[in-house]
Design a protein around this ligand. Sequence first.
Ligand code: IPM
Ligand code: MG
Length: 350
Amino acid sequence: MREYKIAAIPGDGIGMEVIAAGLKVLGVLAGRDRGFKLNVEHFPWNSDYYLKHGHYIPAGGLDKLKTFDAIFFGAVGAPNVPDHLSLWGLRLPICQGFDQYANVRPARVLPGITSPLTGGAGIDWVVIRENSEGEYSGSGGRVHKGLPEEIATETSVFTRNGCARIHRFAFELARKRPRKHLTLVTKSNAQRHGMVMWDEIFYEVAKDYPDVETQRILVDAMTTLMVLKPHTLDTMVASNLHADILSDLAAALSGSLGIAPTANLNPERKFPSMFEPIHGSAFDITGKGIANPIATFWTASMMLEHLGEKEAAVRLMEAVETVTAKKIHTPDLGGEATTEIVTSAVCDAI
Ligand code: IPM
Ligand code: MG
């Protein structure tokens, strides 16, 4: 029996609801396959915990997490804690501390789900987000706080190593997909240093992948391309901030933010990777039982694939698609189903 240690961090808001749903589905899947077992340990680190203890991750917490095979993460962010504190208190220390530099965000219109675009059925993309530096490097500061002279800087950091490894990761992923097509997203026309190097290194790495077709698009033009010619795109690599924005657009165009999954990968597997739905804590619908668990199920499928349980990963997505095809949808997709109803339907389909 193959066994994996999973750290579950449900976090805030609907994170708790969807991670519970995800673990239920994973439990059914593991039981059904009998080939593997997930040993899940729960970590209560969220904003309530922060308000009580003064920190999200306790001393030694990251060392403990390091011993797991994967992290199954819900969401972080609460109305009573400033967002930059919650994000830098929980999610970013894990992403950066565990060098999860490759953030993978697939977008596809699942059966039974309607894209807001007429030609949206053509969407089958993977957004690859640089996840360790760029605009999220945390480099900068504030001087003369509160005075009229106050200055705040937020420096984008692009390193040769950081650019090379994410571009290489993107080429490897693009090569595995049928179309072998990779779009470099940039803004090097308006930024003279970091993004210029970002582009240069892309073309250096490209030499090793003559079989992958490439295209370079400015990020603003990219938004129009995604809306107007979605079928021309396949795999795309973008900086931390650009891909953050484009991946929300990708999710909306494929039907709902409620279905979009993500994997924060440490491709070298020196540290555990982290898997989470993109949607966030969504306090407006927390506790109503209507959070869409599909993003978390898709995320769970990516986690299984990363663990090497390819067959179970495929089976889970088949079950998800069986359920979406029947239009058993939560309200974000125009339906009336609850989290519970969708979860039971996926369990039955498995
Ligand atoms: C995401 C989210 C986060 C991000 C938020 C919660 C800060 O939008 O994972 O895309 O911007 O990275
Ligand atoms: Mg985002």
